[in-house]
Design a protein. Structure first.
Ligand SMILES: [Zn+2]
Length: 267
């Protein structure tokens, strides 16, 4: 019996959720996702055109129950950081066995990290790189490095795909945040790795020791970024002694400032 707490049912998140929930050890799921499924999602998402205009959580619940009649699926149709839902979110995390973060923005990843560490729960995070040239899978336990430790260590040189279509509305203008959408094939490959690592973490718990804390898997050769396609890079990121987010006895004022600083660096 295991209870999964997941945030995000986008193209990658729904794929991870679908795979992980085929494991009979999973008996309860709480899914947090505020969005409505749109026509432009169909090309990259497992849901069909007939799901357009449904809330993603509602369709996800049906999707899972059609495959696992015994699975208990609870949905929270809200943003993870919506304080109006703080209580049911805390309650779900308190009773979960592990978490999956498939959020598409950095503030939500930091927020998820803080939630899971507060309740000492293990969790995983998958990130597809812009253009689908590869992706990361990270796993976390409460006494290991936090998301802030990992993100600052990796100092990414390539932008993570945030799932939004590129903005071509300002031709000639500055567009530093423009990303190229990943293909369904790239999303599915990284989501499958994410699901695999999540299930291994469920199996081994505190004893999980795959030899890395973050796995980068390349899918394309990109001059100046990746020398080879289909290569795994295993990063063993240590907890940073001076990390203001996860060090012991951090005072709440310092934690707020550390989160603000971490988010400011990402702007
Ligand atoms: Zn940290």
């Amino acid at each position: 019996m295991a209870h999964l707490f997941q945030v995000g049912a986008g193209s990658g998140g729904m794929t991870v959720l679908d795979i992980v929930c085929r494991d009979p050890r999973l008996t309860h799921v709480t899914l947090v996702e505020p969005d409505i499924y749109k026509a432009h999602n169909v090309i990259r998402h497992p849901f069909p055109m007939s799901a357009v205009d449904s809330f993603k959580v509602d369709f996800a619940k049906n999707w899972l129950e059609e495959r696992r009649a015994d699975l208990h699926v609870k949905t929270l149709r809200c943003n993870l950081m919506d304080s109006a839902f703080g209580e049911p979110i805390e309650e779900a995390v308190r009773s979960c066995d592990l978490g999956i973060c498939a959020a598409d923005n950095e503030p939500a990843k930091f927020f998820f990290d803080a939630l899971m560490r507060r309740h000492k729960k293990p969790w995983t995070l998958g990130e597809v790189l812009s253009g689908g040239i590869g992706g990361f899978v990270h796993w976390f336990v409460s006494d290991g490095p936090c998301y802030g430790c990992v993100a600052s260590h990796l100092r990414r040189t390539v932008k993570v795909d945030d799932g939004k279509p590129p903005d071509y509305s300002a031709p000639g203008g500055p567009a530093p945040e423009t990303t190229i959408p990943a293909s369904r094939a790239s999303i599915e490959t990284i989501a499958a790795l994410h699901a695999q690592i999540t299930l291994q973490l469920l199996t081994h718990g505190k004893d999980y020791a795959p030899g890395f804390s973050s796995l980068l898997f390349t899918l394309e050769k990109v001059p100046g970024i990746f020398d080879e396609a289909y290569r795994a890079h295993r990063f063993r990121v240590a907890r940073a002694a001076d990390c203001l987010i996860c060090r012991e006895n951090v005072n709440p004022h310092d934690l707020d400032r550390a989160l603000d600083d971490a988010l400011a660096r990402l702007q």
